[in-house]
Design a protein around this ligand. Structure first.
Ligand code: CDP
Ligand code: MG
Length: 703
């Protein structure tokens, strides 16, 4: 490749600077190569996965060690194979179950169906899965169960020692999701009570050492343990050597001023100069992905860049568009997948490895959107932030899955070596902890600050969470769960504020409406928003819009859906996501069952919307905002922390700007926007949480 810098030669230019080009030069490959394979039976395919060679070793370690840590790059077969090995070795006999957790719901479903397919069984029988509001398992038949780490935490409320599981595999531990960290802390406790339980912690990166020392017993305990004849308490670490091919890394010579533009021109020059093979571009979110897709599409329309199939990939993408990403690239074409870090791990993009087709080139912007919670302002925002070295390696690794590949990093080598942090910040240190605290409390962990954390959360965030839970009446002044409210709120698998709203709806006689709202709010979005149809969507929304706000608008949509006889045509006509509505109905049914179990009377307020708003105020009073007097641009301030916030343009209250509102969540882009907003009467706030408003601000609710 004459365009790139090779050691010992002068560094050439990739593209002219005037064209907004980017300069790269190459360094040494990532890993050693191995060979691909041709079309093969399922059994043959299994045998060709790197973990297969380690089958005996893995089973031996699990047999002899309480905790086994297995490190291997994405695609080596950890998730799909290890549970099967365990089952074949008898770990699911005698009514026991093998569990495998995943941080993401999507991954749970896809690996479960893959494993069922490999085993030739019906999904939901021998192999099943559970995610929130969806249980596809069978009590008598299921032997391998995939579930989110959050669901496993919930299961501990009924079965604190997780006694039905013989082996629990905590997968994708390197992602350090909030629930993974909490789960690891609790599993360590369970292990002491259940020496027969086996843990497998699998990770794609070398966080292994930290996790190993976390599970390592103290010297004193070690001495006690050697007296009995249980498994070795010292964790074992096994590294599965990958089957990745060489990935040649290129860095830009000088920092790029605009990674979006740089990504686009890099894709074009790869297409121009490199052999066939698909390209995976890592950007940060829907905005920059859509922009890049548009720029690339324009380029590919004007002649030279024909043959490109440009596809976005992010988590909110409609199913049909997601499927395009996974479908094979037609002959003579080159697919460009422009993705968030969703493609960094867990997702399998090389659908047809045996044809040696798939991602060969990776363009890495060096950024991703990360959630950061600020306990001082109590605002959680998605911020575009630099990725870690571990992420950068993961991204590069995606290029070497089907044959030797190339990774173009849109940052300098010096930056990578000197400035990029080795690992990301665990989610627990950048999240709102309200839900985690209530879960730990419900599991009887009273001293949360003293909990055995893999990484301690900040005390500010902890105090904020305790304060919110106290104001909701979920915790008492000794920070213990109140009875019955606290226990009931913990029982409902939703954010404590919405759970509290459901409890309050009992007093206000509007549980049916509030449960409908809760179900619809738990969907990512019930509207179909596609580029170019924003105007139509806005018009359609007006048909359902309620003067009180978005929550009541949801009720109107729900009513319309039911009246249409749950028609998909009706949804289509109204820009409503039919699948989301169907799912919401299921969630609603489950919430009704939970509510009944908690003694909540299922009752409709028959159109008396004021009580619904009061119930919402009872749960969400902490999210109250007041329109700034004389504000010309619709600026609100949060009552609690006086943050500037605005009604989101997608809200029916956008530009309506009632004086007092409560929001469901905040999103931050150029400003803090309130999503799903409802107007309220400020007197309801004092009614809902008198002590809270007294303590927070001396006199916030002046008319
Ligand atoms: O967990 P790990 O990343 O180590 O690998 P895996 O998820 O077990 O995937 C092993 C192989 O199974 C992949 O390379 C894919 O070829 C295949 N697979 C698939 O076809 N569909 C899935 N949903 C998951 C895996
Ligand atoms: Mg995996």
């Amino acid at each position: 490749m004459s365009q790139f810098w090779k050691p010992g030669t002068e560094r050439p230019r990739l593209i002219d600077d005037e064209e907004g080009g980017v300069l790269f030069y190459s360094t040494s490959p990532l890993s050693s190569s191995s060979s691909g394979y041709g079309f093969a039976s399922v059994e043959k395919q299994r045998q060709r996965l790197p973990v297969y060679k380690y089958r005996t070793a893995i089973l031996y370690l699990v047999e002899t060690h309480a905790t086994a840590i297995i490190v291997g790059e994405t695609g080596s077969g950890k998730t799909t194979q290890i549970p099967q090995f365990l089952k074949e070795a008898g770990w699911a006999e005698g009514g026991r179950i093998i569990a495998c957790t995943q941080p993401r719901r999507l991954a749970v479903q896809s690996v479960a169906s893959r494993v069922a397919e490999e085993m030739g069984v019906k999904l939901g029988e021998e192999v099943g899965y559970t995610i929130r509001f969806e249980d596809v398992t069978n009590t008598d038949l299921t032997k391998i169960k995939f579930l989110t780490d959050g669901v496993l935490l919930r299961e501990m409320m009924d079965d604190p020692l997780l006694s039905k599981y013989s082996v629990i595999m905590v997968d994708e531990a390197h992602e350090r999701s909030l629930s993974t960290d909490i789960l690891l802390g609790l599993l360590k406790k369970i292990q002491r009570r259940r020496p027969e339980l086996r843990l497998i912690i699998s990770s794609a990166t070398i966080e292994a050492k930290k996790i190993s020392s976390f599970f390592s017993p103290s010297k004193r305990r070690q001495a006690l343990l050697t007296e009995d004849h249980g498994p070795n308490a010292e964790p074992a670490i096994l590294s599965v050597e990958g089957r990745g091919f060489n990935v040649e890394i290129f860095y830009v010579e000088d920092p790029v001023p605009d990674y979006l533009q740089a990504a686009v021109s890099t894709v074009l020059s790869i297409h121009d100069q490199e052999a066939m093979g698909d390209i995976l571009v890592f950007l940060t979110g829907q905005d920059d992905i859509d922009a890049a897709v548009q720029l690339l599409s324009e380029e590919s329309r004007n002649g030279q860049n024909q043959g490109l199939i440009i596809l976005p990939l992010y988590s909110g993408l409609p199913r049909a568009e997601q499927d395009l990403v996974f479908s094979p690239t037609p002959r003579g074409k080159r697919k460009v997948v422009v993705s968030t870090n969703i493609a960094e791990t867990s997702l399998t993009l090389e659908v047809i490895r045996w044809q040696k087709k798939g991602i060969v080139y990776v363009v890495d912007s060096g950024f991703s959107k990360q959630r950061f919670y600020n306990p001082i302002t109590d605002i959680e925002s998605l911020i575009v932030a630099p990725i870690s070295k571990a992420s950068a390696r993961q991204r590069a690794g995606r290029a070497g899955r089907v044959r030797p590949g190339k990774c173009y990093r849109l940052y300098t080598e010096e930056y990578f070596l000197k400035e990029m942090s080795a690992e990301g910040i665990p989610e627990i240190q950048r999240s709102n902890l309200v839900s985690s605290v209530i879960q730990l409390k419900a599991l009887g962990i009273d001293n949360i600050l003293g909990f055995d954390w893999l990484a301690s959360p900040s005390s500010e965030a902890m105090i904020r969470a305790l304060e919110v839970l106290y104001s909701l009446g979920v915790l008492d002044s000794d920070a213990k769960l109140t009875s019955p409210d606290g226990f009931q709120v913990a029982e409902i698998p939703l954010d404590p504020m919405i759970s509290k709203t459901i409890l309050a709806s009992n007093q206000y006689g509007c549980s049916e409406e509030v449960i409908t709202i809760a179900a619809l709010l738990s969907m990512q979005s019930i509207w179909i928003s596609a580029r170019g149809t924003e105007k139509e969507l806005d018009e359609v929304k007006l048909r359902f819009a309620a003067a009180e706000g978005d929550h009541v608008t949801f009720l109107n949509v729900y009513k319309g859906f039911i009246q249409s006889n749950k028609s998909s045509k009706w949804c289509h006509k109204n820009f409503i996501n039919y699948n989301a509505m169907k799912k919401a109905l299921e969630v609603r049914e489950q919430l009704r069952r939970i509510a009944q179990r908690l003694g909540i009377v299922l009752k409709s307020c028959e159109g008396d919307i004021q009580v619904v708003r009061k119930a919402i105020a009872a749960g969400f009073f902490a999210n109250a905002c007041r329109l700034e007097p004389y504000s010309y641009n619709g600026m609100y301030k949060t009552v609690r922390t006086s943050q500037e916030v605005y009604v989101h343009p997608s809200s029916v209250l956008f530009r309506v700007n009632p004086k007092w509102v409560i929001y469901n969540s905040l999103v931050s882009t150029d400003r803090q926007y309130m999503r799903n907003v409802i107007s309220i009467d400020p007197s309801w706030l004092r009614e809902a949480a008198p002590h809270f408003y007294q303590h927070q601000q001396p006199n916030p609710i002046a008319h």
